[in-house]
Design a protein around this ligand. Structure first.
Ligand code: PMP
Length: 272
């Protein structure tokens, strides 16, 4: 019970999507894990090849072709005291679940979100297991029948309770830059890569709450949701004209490219 994660939420986690028993973007997930551990002064207990073999074992021992591998590293066990104790043995935990990405039907309908004030702390770039703020915000969204909470701080979009956010305005895809206010999503990077590779107009810059509310399209991205359209914001349909309340044409292009990209990468990926 004295594990620091149990007492203080003092630990880091990762969620890695696995397609056809191959981990997607493993190196990037392990690099983010390393960065988060370093930020809070936990020595990484494993190097990338050791992580890769542990993750490979978890994949092998589970029945699904597509999995979501969860891993957690906590600072370890110590008498309850606020200051980070030194020299503890980190607790390492891994598990897998079936990876369930949004169905065709869910994508056609899109999701609903509400805009909430981002009341989390100022180190959202650290993938900490202290997710109370995120869980609370998601619950406030669920109270209103919404699937996501899209967060704004000081009048600008940050991210959502468990995903990054992209908007489309006049055909241009826009997403906030990486900073201490958002988690640097692995899927966020993949989407930007896809936009670049396919010469789709995009900008990485601050997005005001006004722009968010006036967006033609809103997407959320994460390892389990991939790219997912938000078609209702604060009970109002997103977009205009024939796309009102429906996933837009830029989403359709990006989503199609994402699926092709994933299939191509997975064909050449090494089994872990
Ligand atoms: N932001 C937050 C707050 C998240 O919890 C997640 C999902 N872990 C993301 C963004 C998306 O990150 P990724 O694309 O690496 O899953």
């Amino acid at each position: 019970m004295l594990d620091r994660a149990f007492m203080f939420g003092d630990g880091i986690y990762e969620v890695i999507p696995v397609y056809s028993r191959r981990a997607f973007r493993l190196a990037e997930h392990l690099a983010r894990l390393e960065a988060s551990l370093r930020a809070i002064r936990i020595d990484n207990p494993h190097d990338p090849s050791q992580w890769s073999s542990l993750i490979g074992k978890v994949i092998e021992h589970n029945p699904w072709q597509d999995q979501s591998v969860y891993l957690q590293v906590t600072r370890g066990v110590a008498p309850r005291e606020h200051q980070f104790p030194q020299g503890l043995t980190p607790t390492v935990f891994l598990m897998a679940n079936a990876l369930v990405t949004p169905s065709k039907d869910q994508i056609e309908r899109g999701g609903s979100a509400i805009v909430l004030a981002d009341f989390r702390w100022l180190h959202c770039e650290v993938k900490s297991v202290s997710l109370l703020g995120n869980c609370w915000l998601r619950t406030l969204a669920a109270d209103c029948g919404c699937t996501e909470a899209i967060l704004v701080r000081d009048g600008f979009l940050t991210e959502a309770s468990s995903s990054n956010v992209f908007i489309v305005r006049d055909g241009v895809v826009i997403t906030p830059p990486k900073s201490n206010l958002i988690l640097p999503g692995v899927t966020y990077d993949v989407v930007l890569e896809i936009l670049r590779a396919n010469a789709m107009a995009h900008q990485v810059r601050q997005v005001s709450e006004t722009e968010l509310r006036a967006a033609d399209e809103i997407w959320v991205t994460s390892s389990s949701k991939e790219i997912f359209p938000i078609t209702t914001l604060d009970s109002k349909p997103v977009g205009q004209g024939e796309n009102l309340g429906k996933p837009g044409p830029v989403f359709a292009r990006a989503y199609a490219h994402y699926q092709v990209f994933k299939a191509t990468v997975m064909r050449s990926a090494a089994h872990v």
